[in-house]
Design a protein around this ligand. Structure first.
Ligand SMILES: *Cc1c(COP(=O)(O)O)cnc(C)c1O
Length: 453
């Protein structure tokens, strides 16, 4: 019955690892990270590795930055915690919201709502989108449409929007009025369409058909990641987002950009949607906001949504939402220091340059190893798609352990990468240089040579 447990001593710790069967880890040793500095982390045996996944897509400015640590310490000396509920404030939250609105002036953002993680911020976006339509006297607009392969966190709202069945199957019933359309993914799509422009149109036609089927007056919003992350790093065709914006405008849908990974430079632009030349109505920000030093997230809404609240003075405009730790002073202090580094060191530009170098070098491996079907990415989000057969593009068997073995070999060769299903994913700190990229590339080469593919 218990396929994972053999006659080995059990692990002594009491927590469960996210996204795994608890039994799987009862007898295995996890990677234990005990130290970090810059691009590197160390395990409990003293083995040094390049952090090829920036923790979990978040440590954008690198580990152990003095400026960030000092800002957090200074804040602790002032006050470690205070809240932002009705009529209460603290200076760091005020400063950070000024900073965020100034940084997103181009996107017409007007207000900030804080949370402590990306999943929180997605829930805030869903509730704001629904409340907006209540304020507009169209309360029946509740449906939210998203993309297959989407990842929008793990709270029940986000779970309902996720485009990967494994995240949803044991947790229903979910939000009823949510569904997904195909993602604009040239490597794998139901039409076997490789022409990017045509593919973007096919997906948008599908979306328009659905909007008309359910009735535009039942749809509140469309949400997507500017580059899909956890779904396997899927970069949409260049025309997708601009045309998506036009389609949302045509039927008055709010457009929510889940920038939890792409925000603050990772895609090679300060914001993912800016890279596509698009202004969303709501922006969801987390991970890179504090580079993971302290948990913090922010949901930004634009002037149009702010105006709808402004124009209303009754209970419909009451904002009955807020998290105890939303806008935590230590998080805000960390974010201010982090964003200063992001701008000062022009990390979006570095992500674009180093991302291009990494992608081009790794693309060369496609021809060398039969296991690699495609290397793709944008900025410092890169995936190696592992296949059984290059021609059919059929993924390797999910339980083949190949991705796990490659990951282990990579670590031994000096780089932490992240296997996501049948893909190997890279998302190093945005501070990475050529030398760091070469460490990653060499570790991957050694790993593929060892696994003999
Ligand atoms: C990580 C992630 C989330 C969830 O963030 P948490 O901080 O883990 O709750 C939401 N959306 C996207 C796009 C993410 O990558």
């Amino acid at each position: 019955m218990n396929q994972f447990v053999e006659n080995k001593t059990e692990n002594a710790y009491q927590f469960w690892h996210a996204l795994s069967h608890p039994n799987e880890w009862r007898t295995q040793q996890p990677l234990r990270i005990v130290k970090g500095d810059g691009l590197y982390v160390w395990d409990d045996k003293g083995h040094k590795m390049l952090d090829g996944f920036a923790g979990l897509w978040c440590v954008n400015v690198g580990h152990n930055r003095v400026e960030v640590k000092d800002a957090i310490k200074k804040q602790m000396d002032e006050i470690s915690y205070y809240q932002l509920f009705a009529g209460v404030s603290h200076p760091r939250a005020e400063e950070l919201s000024n900073k965020l609105i100034q940084m997103t002036a181009q996107e017409d953002m007007a207000k900030v709502i804080y949370g402590s993680g990306g999943s929180d911020a997605v829930e805030t976006a869903i509730k704001i989108a629904r409340q907006y339509w209540v304020l507009k006297d169209q309360p029946q607009r509740t449906r939210i449409i998203s993309l297959k392969n989407a990842y929008h966190g793990v709270n029940l709202g986000g779970t309902s929007l996720n485009g990967m069945p494994a995240f949803k199957m044991n947790y229903g019933p979910l939000l009823e009025q949510c569904h997904q359309v195909d993602s604009p993914w040239s490597y794998r799509n139901p039409w076997n369409c490789e022409d990017p422009e045509q593919l973007a149109q096919l997906v948008l036609d599908q979306l328009e058909t659905d909007i008309l089927y359910y009735g535009a007056d039942s749809v509140a919003a469309f949400i997507a990641e500017p580059v899909q992350g956890a779904g396997g790093i899927i970069v949409p065709p260049a025309s997708f987002w601009p045309k998506l914006r036009l389609l949302c405008d045509k039927y008055e849908l709010l457009l929510i950009a889940d920038e939890v990974i792409t925000g603050f430079g990772r895609s090679g632009h300060m914001f993912g949607c800016r890279g596509w030349g698009v202004k969303p109505d709501i922006m969801v920000l987390a991970k890179g906001l504090t580079s993971g030093y302290v948990p913090l997230s922010a949901t930004l809404l634009n002037k149009k949504i702010e105006q709808a609240f402004h124009d209303n003075n009754d209970h419909k405009g009451l904002f009955m939402h807020g998290y105890t730790y939303g806008g935590h002073p230590l998080g805000c202090a960390a974010a201010l220091a982090v964003l200063d580094i992001v701008e000062r060191e022009n990390l979006p530009e570095n992500a674009a340059q180093m991302g291009t170098y990494l992608l081009n070098e790794l693309k060369k491996l496609e021809a060398q190893y039969s296991l690699i079907g495609e290397v793709r990415g944008k900025g410092l989000m890169i995936a190696l798609d592992l296949v059984k057969d290059k021609q059919s593009r059929e993924p390797i068997d999910a339980d083949s352990q190949i991705a796990a073995k490659l990951t282990e070999q990579c670590r031994a060769a000096g780089a932490v990468i992240r296997p996501i299903g049948t893909k190997l994913c890279l998302a190093p700190p945005l501070t990475i240089d050529r030398e760091g990229c070469d460490v990653l590339i060499n570790a991957l080469k050694i790993a593929f040579d060892q696994v003999k593919a």
